[in-house]
Design a protein around this ligand. Structure first.
Ligand code: NAD
Length: 253
């Protein structure tokens, strides 16, 4: 029955940036569908851990900075030691640095590109190798953005990185579909998290943004749960290299 296809009972999901914002909501959503969570964070993720354990699922924290050189290997090792298997990877962690293109620094460029794009690629590579060892495919979900489709303003490296995330999603889908690995993305619209605090506090930008969201409100992290469970589950087994926008209609405008 189709609703059974959405169940994640007994699956193990790695979620990066699981302590807050979209990553926290996605981790909880996957756990609500049955998955155990190997959460990656730089700091404690107590709130996420408690929410997941309250659902009767297990939570294991892999505490590290994704920019540390050996991070991808250590994440896979940590998840394997805790659970003995990996079924789902959610590449959620990301940063944004705002500045005019004329003033944009190399330091900001490198930080954003490394976090949002390089880490995402090499962690996907490491997890895909584990999927191949297990021999039963797997699911990779990349968190893209409206800036995977649009130019934006004052966020040159962010736009470059998120446009890159869409491209990487497609090429990895092309190369790994034959192994039963689904690589897809979720493109969130304008969501209420730390990432958008500066925008929401800017009265003018806030009003401009709200006025072009057909749904008439900012997104909430929980709005991503449905798309995440779909892409993590057997319900999406024939979906490869696609980005689902969860944006209140922003891109349709
Ligand atoms: P957030 O700032 O609340 O959370 C980002 C998470 O990434 C945090 O847990 C942070 O600790 C983690 N992180 C960043 N760099 C890290 C590193 N080097 N090592 C380990 N962890 C690291 O932001 P959010 O809005 O929840 O963003 C989550 C993802 O969604 C990001 O990729 C972001 O670009 C994307 N996104 C957000 C929005 C939005 O409107 N909020 C829209 C589109 C896409």
């Amino acid at each position: 029955m189709v609703l059974d296809d959405f169940k994640l009972d007994g699956k193990v999901a790695i979620v990066t940036g699981c302590n807050t914002g979209l990553g926290q909501a996605i981790a909880i959503g996957l756990a609500e569908a049955g998955a155990h969570i190997a959460g990656v964070a730089r700091r404690d993720a107590t709130e996420t851990k408690e929410a997941i354990q309250a659902l009767g699922r297990q939570f294991h924290l892999i505490r590290l900075d994704l920019l540390e050189p050996d991070a991808p290997r250590r994440i896979v090792q940590g998840a394997m030691e805790a659970f003995g298997q990996i079924d789902i990877l959610v590449n959620n962690a990301g940063i944004i640095r705002r500045n005019d293109a004329l003033e944009y620094t190399e330091e900001d460029w490198d930080a954003v590109m490394n976090t949002n794009l390089k880490v995402l690629f090499f962690l996907s590579q490491e997890v895909a190798k584990q999927f191949l060892r297990q021999g039963r495919g797997g699911k990779i979900i990349n968190i893209a953005s409206m800036l995977s489709f649009q130019g934006g303003i004052r966020i040159a490296a962010y736009t470059a990185s998120k446009s890159g995330v869409l491209g990487i999603t497609r090429i990895l889908a092309n190369e790994w579909a034959k192994y039963g690995i689904n690589v897809n993305a979720i493109a969130p619209g304008y969501m209420e998290t730390n990432n958008t605090l500066a925008l929401r506090q800017d009265e003018k930008r806030n009003a401009e943004i709200l006025s072009r969201i057909p749904a008439g409100r900012w997104g909430k992290p929980e709005d991503l749960k449905g798309a995440a469970v779909f892409l993590a589950s057997a319900a999406s087994n024939y979906v490869h290299g696609y980005a689902i926008a969860v944006d209140g209609g922003w891109l349709a405008r």
